[in-house]
Design a protein around this ligand. Structure first.
Ligand SMILES: NC(=O)c1ccc[n+]([C@@H]2O[C@H](COP(=O)([O-])OP(=O)(O)OC[C@H]3O[C@@H](n4cnc5c(N)ncnc54)[C@H](O)[C@@H]3O)[C@@H](O)[C@H]2O)c1
Length: 175
């Protein structure tokens, strides 16, 4: 598949791009490059990509894509709390706009990097399921909940968003 991978120069994206390429997919990145020079060890071999802010994405960036994997975001609680308006502009509004552009361009699959932080204080010490209530407690987590809500409304038989509520990753990444 031809995959547009946003956030390809971040902690996860730098690892994910070669995994996807090795699986036979054709990867195009899209990243503002905030951490492009934050390299640990040998420089990673990035796929071809667009150096663009998520808020400035146009239909041209989606042309020809079969799927989008959307990682780009202000990506954790302390960063998201520095300027909540900016967090909502990038993480929420620009993400939903990206999804609409993708749907309009005929992209069928949209994988969204949500977070387990959407559960917030819901669970206490108990395990939660996908059906648990969402109780985000930070602008970062709230922005992710808002995107999930809005992507639900875009879903139909031709456009399938999937939310990955990942836990916190750890370990080495080249960025
Ligand atoms: N790392 C984790 O443990 C974890 C856990 C759960 C969810 N997530 C989610 O996965 C995604 C990737 O996480 P990560 O750890 O790789 O984050 P990261 O901060 O390392 O990478 C995010 C990337 O997004 C880019 N970006 C930020 N703002 C942008 C903008 N306005 N326009 C274009 N690009 C922009 C940055 O340049 C960066 O390369 C994020 O959405 C994050 O919320 C991560």
């Amino acid at each position: 598949m031809r995959v547009l991978l946003t956030g390809h120069q971040g902690y996860l994206g730098t690892v994910m791009a070669p995994v996807l390429a090795d699986a036979g997919h054709e990867i195009t990145g899209l990243d503002a490059g905030l951490f492009a020079d934050c390299v640990l060890g040998p420089p990673p071999a990035d796929p071809p990509g667009h150096r663009v802010d998520l808020r400035d994405v146009t239909a041209d960036h989606l042309a020809g894509a079969d799927a989008v994997i959307h990682l780009a975001a202000l990506s954790n609680d302390p960063l998201g709390a520095l300027a909540p308006d900016l967090t909502y502009a990038i993480n929420h509004h620009a993400s939903v706009r990206l999804a609409k552009l993708a749907r309009d361009a005929g992209v069928r699959r949209f994988l969204y990097a949500s977070t387990c932080s959407v559960y917030g204080a819901a669970g206490g010490d108990d395990l939660v399921t996908e059906d648990a209530p969402l109780r985000p407690v930070t602008p970062y987590a709230e922005s992710k909940v808002r995107v999930e809500d809005d992507l639900h409304a875009l879903a139909d038989t031709d456009f399938t968003p999937v939310f990955l509520r990942n836990a916190t990753a750890f370990g080495h990444s080249p960025r």
